[in-house]
Structures are given as structure tokens and as C-alpha cells.
Design a protein around this ligand. Structure first.
Ligand code: TYD
Ligand code: MG
Length: 452
């Protein structure tokens, strides 16, 4: 009898090794290798999936941009870059319970209501559980077909028979191929199932949505490999303590990345939040020290966020620096600059930074906001409630230019702010926005003079 071949796979990143290893050389994870049977690549199951392509001059390839289908949910369409591209594979990651199944069901209902046939394959819930959810979100289109199945071969057969316009696999970790002996959810299975589904979708031009669970360290469970295989990766973020949910494009072969869509989880499913700035500023305290508003840019969209700081005397030898929603190292750097350049003696204080609402802001344009909030709390002097600050801060205390000033300032003006503190070096100083006072500054020293 032919001996079946096995290999060891890292369950985090998919790295393959012929022997067991304690530490993964690729992702440096410990104790994450599991033995899996490797499929015989010569077997017939893969042959049918091959493209029968031949080389053609690039000139003669028809450009089919425009074959996009809008989902009808504006927040999603923007993240996708205008709609779903034919034959694309879209991975949607997120923690359990965040609302992935709900979102996909609502999207598919929208598409099915337009008369497009949709196949929703679930390996996680029974048909009646899906029915219960569909009642809540009002999904009842007759072209929305539900299939409860985990076998990859059967799923592919059903897709062929139904010939839908869109396929959803909820979730990719439950799909399992009889060709492989390893357990469902293992890297080998997930990779095999995704690659065959993706090949199928490319060959037949059917867009496929793969739902993927995210582990607690934030990566899509097991396979980082999945992210390389698909065209688009969307992450569904949010906080169980908050009702809002953010869908963020991490990779997109057909559109922008870093675009976000904002939703609120309600009794009847996810609802779009068309005006996120107002949403994130809703509970802002007035005239208290340690709070400032920053017009941050998420993709192409300006969103006003409130940055809060609390500076309090420490009881510890080593003061605490805690940052939620902004980069921790960035905060340490800014605290050092404030200490050295502006003479605020922060070394005896614990410093806590929080972005209200639980949203994450990554860009350096919020530096000035972090500095302003810390200074305000340390000096115990409130910042004017209708002032926004923005700018990047350098190590010598200089305030550096940022991009797309205009859209940010317009958004601030729209929400009733009437003064902005911005970098002097910015080429496009906001001049055209009515009723907005502009204070352009060079350095952190000037910031403190302007603020208080
Ligand atoms: P779900 O889509 O099942 O999450 P996932 O597929 O990402 O695991 O969402 C489950 C959560 O959403 C659950 O805690 C209940 C809540 N929910 C609502 O608040 N309103 C609704 O209308 C629905 C359908 C779910
Ligand atoms: Mg689910």
C-alpha cells in the first residue's frame, strides 16, 4: 500500500515543514505545528479546477472594469471600491459575535431582492437558526438560497447546480475536504477549501465571500495564507461594549484600502451610520481638561474623533503609560518631547490616553491632538470646545505638515467647529472655509500659547 505523505504546518501562518518544530521560523510562534496529511497533488480532484489558459498579448485582453455590482449598502460599497467585482474572492474576518453573518445576510438579501440568485452556505448554524436571524433583519427574498453543508465537494456540486450570482461561505473554517485527512479548521483544510473555492469562482466569474474567524491575537484563525489568496480582505472590528461596528478594507486588488464603513448593531440587524463624526462625538464632555477633537482621515473620509488624556501623579516607581486607540510607542515619544521641549514634567505622572468611542486612529496627524490632550490634563486647563487640532509632531518639537487638510477642516466646520490649530508648513492652508479661524503654528511651544 502506498504510504500517505504528511507534513507539519504552522497553525498560525501556514508554514510547512517536513519535521515537527517547536518554533515557527516564519511567524516566530511557539508550539503551533500540527501534523497534517498532504493531498496527493496528482489526484484528479485538482485537475478539473485548472484554467485552460494560453498566453495572449495584454492588448487583446478585454478590460472588464465596470462589471461591479453595488450591494445597496453604501458603507460596504465604498469599502469595496464601488461594489463587488465579478469573480472576486472576498475574505471577511472578525471576532465571533461581531456580526459577520448578520452583515452578509443583509447584503445577500439586498442582492437577492434585485433578482440576483444568491447561495448562502453555512456550516455553523442550522437552517432554522439562519431563518430566525433572517426574520430579525428582514431577509426573505425568494432568490436567497440557504445551504447547510460542510463538505467542500458537495458545496462545489451545489454551486454548480444552482449557478448563483454570489456565494457566501460561513465560515471557511468549517469547510472540509475529504481529500485531506486533517481536521476541519486546520491550516491544510482551510487552504485547500479556499483555494478550490477561489479557483472555482475565478473560472465561473462568481464572486465568493469567505467568512473567517479571527483569533484573540487578531489574525484570521490559522491561515495568514488566506489573506494572500483572496482579492479583498475586510476586517469587521468593534467592541462588545459598544454598539458600533467598523468594517475596514485591509487589502483590495480592485479598490482603495484603509477605507472604513461604520455600522451600528441594532435590534433589527446592522444599520449604516452615515455621519460617523457626530456619532463619535455624541457624548463629548464640555469644558473639561484632557479632551480635544481631531479630524482624522480614514481612507478618503474625514472622521472627527475625541482624544482624551488623564495625567495623574503616580504611586509607582515607574509611571504608567496606557494608550487605547492610538499607538503606544507614539504616545511615549510624544510624552518625551513634551517633557524635554515644553518643560512639562511628566516623569512623575501616570498617563492614560483613550480615543472615545473605541475607534482606532493610526495616522501621525493625530500627534498634535495627543499632545494637546496631555498638556490640557496636566495643566488642568480645558481646551475650547469648538477648536480642533491636527498635525504631526517631530522629535525636536516641530509641527509637521499633514495631507488633505481641506477635507478635514471642512468636516470640522460642518460639525460646528470654528477654530483650527494646524501646521504652518502645510502648503494648502485652509483659507476657503467660512467662519473658521486658522492658527498656523511651527512648534509645540506655539501650540501651548494658542491653546491656553
Ligand atoms: P453574528 O452575525 O451571529 O456574528 P458572527 O457571525 O460574527 O459570529 O452576530 C451575533 C450578534 O449580533 C449577537 O450577539 C446578537 C447580535 N444581533 C443583534 O444585536 N441584532 C440583530 O438583529 C442580529 C441578527 C444580531
Ligand atoms: Mg456567524
Amino acid at each position: 500500500m502506498k504510504k500517505s505523505k504528511t507534513s507539519f504546518f504552522c497553525q498560525h501562518c501556514g508554514y510547512m515543514s517536513p519535521k515537527w518544530l517547536g518554533k515557527c521560523p516564519s511567524c516566530n510562534g511557539w508550539n503551533c505545528f500540527a501534523e497534517e496529511l498532504v493531498a496527493d497533488t496528482n489526484s484528479g480532484s485538482r485537475a478539473e479546477m485548472k484554467f485552460d489558459g494560453k498566453p495572449i498579448p495584454i492588448e487583446e485582453i478585454p478590460a472588464e472594469e465596470g462589471a461591479r455590482t453595488a450591494t445597496g449598502i453604501a458603507e460596504i460599497d465604498r469599502v469595496l471600491g464601488g461594489g463587488i467585482v465579478g469573480g472576486s474572492a472576498i475574505l471577511i474576518g472578525g471576532e465571533p459575535g461581531i456580526g459577520k453573518s448578520t452583515l452578509l445576510l443583509q447584503m445577500m438579501q439586498n442582492l437577492a431582492a434585485k433578482g440576483l440568485k444568491v447561495l448562502y452556505v453555512s456550516g455553523e448554524e442550522s437552517a432554522s437558526q439562519i431563518k430566525l436571524r433572517s426574520r430579525r433583519v428582514g431577509a426573505s427574498a425568494k432568490d436567497l438560497l440557504v445551504l447547510v453543508e460542510v463538505s467542500l465537494e458537495k458545496i462545489l456540486e451545489h454551486i454548480k447546480a444552482v449557478n448563483p450570482a454570489f456565494v457566501v461561505i460561513d465560515s471557511i473554517q468549517t469547510v472540509y475536504s475529504a481529500d485531506l485527512m486533517s481536521a476541519p479548521g486546520s491550516v491544510g483544510q482551510v487552504r485547500e477549501a479556499s483555494s478550490r473555492l477561489i479557483l472555482f469562482s475565478k473560472k465561473h466569474g462568481i464572486p465568493v465571500f469567505l467568512i473567517g474567524h479571527v483569533t484573540k491575537d487578531g489574525s484570521i484563525a490559522g491561515p495568514k495564507v488566506l489573506e494572500h489568496m483572496v482579492d479583498t480582505v475586510l476586517y469587521f472590528e468593534g467592541d462588545s461594549g459598544h454598539a458600533y461596528r467598523i468594517i475596514r478594507g485591509m487589502k483590495n486588488r480592485f479598490g482603495p484600502t484603509n477605507e472604513i464603513g461604520v455600522f451600528e448593531m441594532q435590534e433589527k440587524g446592522l444599520k449604516e451610520v452615515p455621519n460617523p463624526s457626530a456619532f463619535f462625538l455624541a457624548e463629548r464632555p464640555q469644558n473639561v481638561a484632557g479632551s480635544v477633537v481631531v479630524p482624522s482621515l480614514e481612507g478618503t473620509r474625514p472622521i472627527l474623533v475625541e482624544i482624551q488624556a488623564l495625567v495623574s501623579p503616580t504611586n509607582l516607581g515607574m509611571p504608567r503609560r496606557t494608550a487605547i486607540g492610538v499607538d503606544h510607542n507614539r504616545v511615549s515619544l510624544l510624552v518625551a518631547v513634551l517633557d524635554k521641549i515644553c518643560g512639562l514634567h511628566l516623569s512623575g505622572s501616570d498617563i492614560f490616553i483613550n480615543v472615545a468611542g473605541g475607534i482606532r486612529v493610526e495616522e501621525p496627524a493625530v500627534d498634535l491632538g495627543i499632545v494637546a490632550a496631555i498638556a490640557s490634563s496636566f495643566l488642568d486647563r480645558p481646551i475650547d470646545a469648538r477648536t480642533v487640532v491636527l498635525g504631526e509632531v517631530g522629535l525636536t518639537g516641530e509641527v509637521r505638515a499633514i495631507s488633505q487638510m481641506d477635507v478635514r477642516i471642512k468636516e470640522a466646520a460642518r460639525l460646528g467647529f470654528n477654530r483650527c490649530i494646524v501646521p504652518k508648513s502645510n502648503i494648502s492652508l485652509p483659507g476657503s472655509v467660512p467662519k473658521m479661524e486658522v492658527n498656523a503654528i511651527h512648534s509645540l511651544k506655539e501650540l501651548l500659547e494658542n491653546l491656553f
